[in-house]
Ligand binder design. Structure first.
Ligand code: G4P
Length: 528
């Protein structure tokens, strides 16, 4: 394998959670372990507010911050870790889904008090689509949480994944005494605000050892012995292959804010988390160890300064070595471009880099060449697959408020949708533009940015749709007929793929039942 030394030390992952479960806190602790930040609070102060209101300056501020924290690269032991940030606000969930296409594994944080929440479910659905390996961190054990067995059962059932406890908690809330590490056979006693290096593990090879009673008291020692016997009986050893195949998720219990249980997870993570792997393309599977470079754009970020429309494309390297100033083939545009200032996200600062390897994320300045899903190669014509777009949840018609600025509006909405801010659908036979978003906040961002960056004033008119389905059919005539009969409920997406806009689940099911020649898809791949 070419560049083997570089590839095997890389781990590219994301932390995902329902807002408030502790993603930011855990990120910060991991960065502290990696020496990427020196003090607690450094990430926190940058945190994208969860309850962002329609304060536009706040949105702008957050956009700026999220560039800085989009990728955090740090070294831990012998590994180079690329941690990709995902926005906490649910209205930007699409951004998160796309980021998940660029990682090799995820850490899922669950709040022990709240258990599985709405956003957790949806994020896991995306992980399951790609069989992404998942490690679960059950957070906030210092609070009175759910019964741990019930919680595991809930997670398994709701997230449709088997769990494998790696540590086991001794109580929770104010009685939380710590965790027993099942694979290391050691006891970690809970202390609030543990520093990165001073977590003391007490090795207890045999749980019958009375040292356990001395450390946690007889009653809790008995409970722990019973629990461990039960767990070991059911689970046995962790099958790393099943974890890598996305079938089993190792579970750790801890408290991120107290930096408790985090190191155990990180140590396991670097041991078992996948190195960059081969990826499917429209032509063939691209091996990670191939000589030739390839990569794809999974996120585009607009410049904060409205006077400069350049943007930053975030590219994940999939094979070979990416080099500064070398010409690469932009497959969709069929043209060769080079990048003189690609940058990486090592430690705290953005640094111009000379080269990058599979698993790395490189920031590329872009003057409008990129769309999400674009592939760069050394000449071969393929694009990476598995970068889907999902149905939006809120649909509104874009209304131009200033006919003199029609051109600017068209250009603006085109560019914003290339960035993936929202999805654009155009009604067949008309010019009605339908914008689909996941949350209301996105509409505010669009309206604000169209005005600030393109000088185009617009407003939105609510539409009664609840879901967009992409349509395909082997029978072109049937599809054409359907599109004609259902004109008010059909449109084409940005890439001119037909979609059906359903008013309700009932309508959708009726159409699915009545049109067996037509396939209704709930996600579409972004490509071409
Ligand atoms: P998020 O990024 O997933 O949205 O969550 P974040 O880390 O911001 O954590 C949400 C809240 O939960 C924060 O409190 C944080 O301090 C708290 N928290 C995180 N881990 C733990 C834990 O292990 N135990 C307990 N008890 N709380 C935890 P906040 O009040 O919203 O913010 P702050 O004022 O503490 O900064």
């Amino acid at each position: 394998m070419k560049y083997e030394k570089e590839i095997v030390r890389r781990r590219t992952f994301a932390i995902i959670s329902h807002p408030d479960a502790g993603k930011t806190t855990l990120t910060e602790k991991l960065l502290l372990f990696g020496g990427a930040i020196q003090t607690a609070g450094a990430v926190k102060s940058n945190k994208i507010k969860k309850h962002a209101t329609s304060d536009f300056m706040e949105i702008e501020r957050q956009r700026g911050i999220s560039v800085a924290t989009s990728v955090m690269t740090f070294e831990y032991k012998d590994c180079l870790i690329n941690l990709l940030d995902t926005p906490g606000h649910k209205d930007f969930a699409e951004d998160t889904y796309r980021t998940l296409t660029a990682v090799d594994s995820v850490i899922l944080v669950i709040d022990s008090v709240n258990g599985v929440e709405a956003q957790t479910r949806r994020l896991m659905e995306v992980c399951r689509m790609r069989d992404t390996p998942v490690i679960v961190f059950i957070n906030k054990m210092d609070r009175d949480g759910k019964n741990r067995f019930d919680l595991l059962e809930e997670i398994e059932k709701e997230l449709k994944i088997s769990l494998h406890p790696m540590t086991w908690p001794i109580n929770s809330g104010k009685d939380f005494k710590g965790v027993y590490d099942l694979s290391e056979k050691s006891l970690l006693l809970f202390t609030a605000n543990t520093k990165a290096d001073d977590e003391d593990a007490i090795v207890i090879e045999n749980l019958q050892d009375t040292i356990l009673d001395t450390k946690i008291g007889e009653a809790d020692a008995k409970h722990l012995r019973d629990d461990v016997e039960l767990i070991e009986g059911v689970h046995g050893e962790l099958s790393v292959d099943d974890y890598l195949g996305g079938k089993i998720a190792p579970v750790f219990f801890g408290s991120a804010v107290n930096n408790f249980g985090v190191r155990e997870m990180l140590n396991t993570f670097i041991k078992i988390a996948p190195i960059p792997r081969s990826r499917e393309t429209s032509l063939r599977e691209v091996e990670v160890g191939e000589d030739k470079f390839s990569g794809f754009i999974f996120k585009i970020h607009a410049n904060l300064d409205p006077k400069h429309r350049d943007r930053i494309g975030f590219m994940r390297v999939c094979s070979g070595k990416f080099e500064r100033n070398k010409y690469y083939h932009h497959v969709r545009l069929d043209k060769d471009i080079r990048f003189s200032n690609p940058y990486s996200f090592l430690a705290r600062s953005k640094d111009v880099i000379e080269d990058a390897y599979p698993g790395d994320v490189v920031g590329l300045f872009d003057t409008g060449n990129f769309k999400i899903g674009d592939t760069l190669t050394e000449g071969e014509n393929f694009y990476f697959t598995g970068i889907p777009t999902f149905s939006p949840e809120i649909f509104k018609e874009l209304v131009n408020k200033d006919p003199m600025k029609t051109k600017q509006l068209e250009k603006g909405i085109q560019q914003l949708t290339d960035e993936g801010v929202a999805q654009l659908f155009t009604q067949f036979g008309g010019t009605k533009k339908i914008i689909g978003c996941v949350g209301e906040l996105q509409f505010e961002v669009i309206q604000y940015r169209l005005l600030q960056e393109y000088g185009a004033a617009c407003e939105f008119r609510a539409l009664p749709f609840y879901k967009a389905c992409w349509l395909t059919s082997k029978n072109q005539k049937k599809l054409d007929d359907f599109l004609r009969y259902k004109q008010t409920n059909t449109a084409e997406d940005k890439d001119e793929h037909p979609v059906y806009l359903a008013q309700s689940e009932w309508f959708l099911n009726t159409e699915i039942n009545n049109n067996s020649d037509i396939q209704f898809h709930f996600s579409s791949e972004i490509h071409k």
